[in-house]
Design a protein around this ligand. Structure first.
Ligand code: AMP
Length: 188
């Protein structure tokens, strides 16, 4: 199979993170997407790691599409300088549009919002609603406990091994692209 990935959705924290390592990974991802000519789809905010990935992608000449619900624009966190900003009515519409526009999903460190977005695309894939790669970027071991929990869920028979295997895991931005290429995808 060979399939070209032209847009990747990145789910990540609206907070900065306690370690500069997370911001560096977000910036590296933004720069890499631009260098590979792969569009960034993200939550449209200028704050936290979300802002860092978008800013780095823009500065490197990349194409950045943000999808943000009206309520967050009003809180003045929308990034006005990106290539396309879609203002939608609800969080549900936002997630639907982001997932529809993306050819793959990358997850950087994040909180509830990030985890919700990741689990939604995972759950949808178990239901065969899409077949787009979902890559967890376990930067600095941030997601080690989550990975252990998923294995625990398999061991306890409530998560099927086949469903568990949907989530691809890497430790660096570079590995994420190598992993996709090994699976037959081309990224720019
Ligand atoms: P969290 O990990 O809880 O910070 O949530 C970040 C994720 O949820 C992002 O990928 C966004 O799509 C969405 N999100 C949460 N908070 C915001 C915000 N203030 N502005 C824009 N998007 C947000």
């Amino acid at each position: 199979m060979s399939s070209a990935l032209t847009s990747i959705a990145v789910y990540c924290a609206s907070a900065e993170g306690a370690s500069p390592v997370y911001r560096q990974a977000a910036q590296e991802l933004g720069q890499t997407l631009a260098a590979r000519n792969v569009g960034l789809i993200y939550g449209g905010a200028k704050v936290g790691l979300m802002g860092a990935v978008a800013e780095a992608c823009l500065e490197a000449g990349g194409h950045v599409v943000g999808v943000i619900p009206e309520v967050l624009v009003d809180l003045e966190v929308a990034h006005e300088g990106i290539s396309e900003l879609h203002v939608v009515d609800t969080m549900h519409t936002r997630k639907a549009l982001m997932s529809e526009k993306a050819d793959a999903f990358f997850i950087l460190p994040g909180g509830y919002g990030t985890l919700e977005e990741m689990f939604e695309v995972l759950a949808w894939q178990t239901l065969r609603l899409h077949n787009k790669p979902i890559v967890l970027l376990n930067i600095n071991g941030f997601y080690d406990d989550l990975v252990r929990f998923l294995d625990h869920a398999v061991a306890h028979g409530v998560l099927k091994p086949k469903s568990r295997s949907i989530l691809l895991q890497v430790e660096t931005v570079a590995q994420a692209f190598v992993q996709l290429q090994q699976m037959g995808y081309t990224c720019g």
